[in-house]
Design a protein around this ligand. Structure first.
Ligand code: ASP
Length: 320
């Protein structure tokens, strides 16, 4: 039975992932042709973000609005949550206001699933702590398929993706591990042991951990750089972390500098979920180069979120 929630890509069958991506491709084409259907007319989508977001919230809102839904951005700072209400109470209150789908971002891993179990509306995970960011994983898979000429098949077999940097703190890395390997790619997680511990290789089949970026770089078809998540290292100055001795050391170990990018395969691509710490994990010149898919990732976020919202809302029992 299809689920009204999208919480994780773990154990989501490849055929289901491909079905969502095929819908996204159809929405993308319909938008370009000016023929987008009002598939969400009469629906209300609420966004509830307990953590900052630049593109995810906007992207979900644009997706819902273009399909004819009403969108309510629920305030969190200054809300009852700040007065001590639990996450679940906040979500249930919002649901009682007549929301059909809630898009939730939370700082705690697993919190969005807890909310989904307690409410009757559809729940989409927009990032929960270090756990998962499933729509990011989906949009990354679509962007990679497009770049590699695999849009028709959505089969990523034979492709080697390096996911580099602060892997241990990254929900984007986890969702990509599950999404990309499910579609046939192999993934190497790269970083010093404090950021890419060997145990991460057990996340899924076809995943390896390698500490030497320079050994992986010439063999990767795609290099996905991750933001250093200072806020998860307990440092608010963005200058230091117990995970590495200095910013210079981090950059030397796993920054994608202009010089390093020259050693990539000639047709290899660079990805980053944003926001980028320019000059740290990724040089500005590389982020803006022809290899970079960063803005295509952002653009694909909209149709992927359209497809995700429609899938979840269609699976709500009240809909049938
Ligand atoms: N925007 C992504 C996330 O929310 C990546 C990041 O923040 O580094 O996980």
């Amino acid at each position: 039975m299809p689920s009204p929630h999208l919480l994780t890509l773990h154990h989501l069958p490849a055929e289901e992932i491909r079905a969502i991506l095929r819908d996204a491709i159809a929405f993308r084409a319909a938008h370009a042709a000016g023929t987008l259907p009002a598939r969400l007319a009469g629906r209300t989508v609420g966004t509830l973000f307990f953590e900052n977001s630049t593109r995810t919230r906007t992207s979900f809102s644009i997706a819902a609005l273009r399909l004819g839904a009403e969108v309510i951005d629920l305030p969190v700072a200054g809300s009852s949550h700040a007065k001590g209400e639990t996450l679940t109470d906040t979500a249930r209150t919002v649901e009682a206001l007549g929301v059909d789908a809630l898009v939730v971002r939370a700082a705690q891993s697993g919190a969005v699933e807890v909310i989904a179990r307690r409410v009757g509306c559809a729940v989409l995970n927009a990032g929960d702590g270090r756990h998962e960011h499933p729509t990011q994983g989906l949009l990354d898979a679509l962007t990679l398929a497009d770049a590699m000429g695999r849009t028709d098949t959505l089969d990523l077999s034979g492709l080697h993706v390096a996911i580099v940097g602060d892997v241990v703190s990254s929900r984007v890395a986890r969702s990509n591990v599950f999404g990309l390997t499910s579609l046939g790619a192999s993934v190497t997680l790269v970083g010093p042991p404090s950021l890419a511990p060997a145990s991460l290789a057990t996340l899924a089949p076809h995943v390896r951990v390698q500490h030497d970026f320079d050994a992986v770089l010439p063999h990767a078809d795609a290099v996905m750089m991750l933001r250093v998540q200072f806020e998860r290292h307990g440092d608010s100055t963005r200058m230091a972390s117990p995970a590495f001795a200095s910013l210079r050391e981090f950059r030397a170990a796993c920054g994608l500098s202009t010089e390093r990018a020259r050693r990539m395969k000639s047709d290899a691509v660079v990805m980053h979920p944003g926001p980028v710490n320019r000059g740290l994990e990724l040089d500005g010149e590389v982020a803006d180069s022809k290899r970079s898919l960063i803005l295509r990732q952002v653009a694909n976020g909209v149709p992927v979120r359209m497809a995700s919202l429609v899938r979840c809302l269609n699976a709500l029992p009240a809909h049938n």
